[in-house]
Design a protein around this ligand. Sequence first.
Ligand SMILES: O=P(O)(O)OC[C@H]1O[C@H](OP(=O)(O)OP(=O)(O)O)[C@H](O)[C@@H]1O
Ligand SMILES: [Mg+2]
Length: 179
Amino acid sequence: MQNDIKEVLISEEEIQQKIKELGTVLSKEYAGRNPLVICVLKGAFIFMADLVKVITVPLEMDFMAVSSYGASTKSSGVVKIIKDLDVSVEGRDVLIVEDIIDSGLTLSYLIELLRNRNAKSVSVVTLFDKPAGRTVNLEAEYTGFVLPDEFVVGYGLDYAERYRNLPYVGVLKPEIYSN
Ligand SMILES: O=P(O)(O)OC[C@H]1O[C@H](OP(=O)(O)OP(=O)(O)O)[C@H](O)[C@@H]1O
Ligand SMILES: [Mg+2]
């Protein structure tokens, strides 16, 4: 698996340090608010697990599975809900946890959906942001790292469902895409 990586962009240590910083900021922001923290599966599951451990205030969690990339490196443009939330967001302070914002299509769809379901507030924390990929105007309230315009894998991010279990984020060798 490591042999398929051309370049490591963000190391495991850098990721863990950044998550601690985000945890400190979010703990202050959500003190006394009992937020509903929503993990956008599958990509965000590792970030979610590390992030909630460094948020020191009471919160609840729920999980939603959406997909628009499939086995491609380009968004299909259609956001498919594979698993919806179990609980109501009505009147809740919602914090969406994402691994990456690229085109912005996934999040613009989710934010609209949760606002329509009458969440009290909807904010986004993303570990990675690729502003060059944007096709809709969208910014997260809290961002870990800004990435160059390259397809990345690792730390939850996949190519055709592989490489999610790498502890760092990197770029694949070009021959991997042609296999
Ligand atoms: O800003 P966008 O262009 O919408 O891209 C970001 C989304 O794409 C990826 O999910 P994907 O659809 O690949 O599903 P996955 O999390 O199951 O891999 C990623 O985890 C984000 O949710
Ligand atoms: Mg994916």
